[in-house]
Design a protein around this ligand. Structure first.
Ligand code: FNR
Length: 378
């Protein structure tokens, strides 16, 4: 049996294996990190009702997210620079998710490209879009996702301005990373990671480099991203993006019930209640604390998903009880990837599945599709 019994176990191993600047990039939030912490802490305040002498045989975690069958309602969230946690990280994570029967979402800011991931997977994955000022680049990105047969577009709404993460500045994380003596030493004591990186050609942001005008390497990429996130993005833009894409659309980064209401009018298929894992507006509430009021506001007019702070199957169940139809994990799979590559991502999913299944049973339920608020203390 694997010695990784919890997501925290994977996190500890990832901390040992991944150079500090990249580990910290995953394990950080905006400014004081209060929202990052609240995402995890607020889950702990919610308690389950324990039930006994209920038939718990033949349980199922199978359900759907935006109409797609999933072996459990836990998708891999889009995360930038995933290929820096482990060489070819996005390709490995996508394969692990595919084998597990859950959706994988590739970030615009991924190291591996849409085409790289498509070349090692058989089933469609989801693609996350950041809207840039250069609309030709955005059109082209949408078309590339279509050509790769992606089955959903996840449009991120909460990062038109990049919040500050102190750890990244202190660690010299930039494109390319600052090679200070301490960073070189930090990498030198992690030869396994270094060998992995030397063994792959996929070390730049391949959705962008070679595709965006004037972006040929990491330095030109830095100048490009500094001025390309479009702060003028509005609800009107959702319309042309939806039209250009033409497939399933998920709006990510909704935290306010009025925004959720607006989202129902766009024709999108789902929203993700999310504060970007506490990486954007520090001081915003945790995702789990606003989930219920958003679900109440939109009813069944749009599917509601959530992410932020999920570290166990118990957290997944709490979100489902409060009305989420699906959930996403970001850091848990990144820790798995950093700890042990593809095997580590699979392990993160196994841990969550086992916790979800056992908690469901101990709450006296057999079918993940029948859970509700009555399973929690109010
Ligand atoms: C993110 N997130 C993110 N979201 C997005 O839409 N596009 C992106 O490129 C990224 N990049 C990114 C990098 C890293 C290192 C992290 C941790 C997160 C946010 C992500 O999709 C998700 O909302 C959160 O990670 C969910 O919170 P947890 O599960 O990490 O607590």
């Amino acid at each position: 049996m694997s010695l990784h019994l919890t997501i925290d176990d994977l996190k500890s191993q990832a901390r040992r294996r991944v150079p500090t600047m990249f580990f910290d990039y995953a394990d950080s939030g905006g400014w004081t990190e209060s929202t990052y912490r609240a995402n995890e802490e607020d889950f702990k305040k919610i308690k389950f009702r324990q039930r006994v002498l209920v038939d718990m045989d033949n349980r199922t975690l199978e359900t759907t997210m935006i109409g797609e069958k999933v072996s459990m309602p836990v998708a891999l969230a889009p995360t930038g620079s995933t290929g820096m946690q482990h060489a070819d990280g996005e390709m490995l994570a996508a394969q692990a998710a595919e084998e597990f029967g859950v959706p994988f979402t590739l970030s615009t800011m991924a190291i591996c490209s849409i085409e790289d991931v498509a070349s090692v997977t058989k089933k469609p994955f989801w693609f996350q879009l950041y809207v840039m000022r250069d609309k030709d680049f955005v059109y082209n990105l949408i078309d590339r996702a279509k050509a790769a047969n992606c089955s959903a577009l996840v449009l991120t709404l909460d990062l038109q301005i990049l919040a500050q993460r102190h750890k990244d500045l202190r660690n010299g994380l930039s494109a390319p990373p600052k090679m200070t003596p301490s960073n070189i030493l930090d990498m030198a004591i992690r030869p396994r990671w270094v060998m992995g990186m030397l063994g792959t050609k996929r070390r730049t942001f391949r959705n962008i480099v070679g595709h965006a005008k004037g972006v040929t390497d990491l330095s030109s990429l830095k100048a490009w991203t500094d001025e390309q996130f479009d702060p003028s993005l509005s609800w009107k833009d959702v319309e042309w993006i939806r039209e250009r894409w033409g497939g399933k659309l998920i709006l990510k980064g909704i935290l306010d019930k009025e925004d959720a209401e607006m989202a129902t009018r766009t024709g999108a298929d789902a929203i993700i209640v999310s504060n970007h894992g506490g990486r954007q507006l520090d001081g915003a509430p945790s995702s789990i604390s606003v989930l219920e009021e958003i679900v109440e506001k939109v009813g069944d007019r749009i599917e509601v998903h959530m992410d932020g702070g999920i570290r166990s199957g118990q957290d997944v169940l709490k979100a489902l009880c409060l009305g989420a139809k699906g959930t996403y994990i970001g850091r848990p799979f990144l820790y798995g990837l950093g700890a042990d590559g593809k095997r580590g991502v699979t392990r993160a999913l196994e841990i969550i599945r086992k916790e979800l299944d056992m908690t469901l049973a101990l709450c006296g339920r057999r079918d993940i599709n029948t859970v509700g608020k009555d399973m929690l203390y109010r």
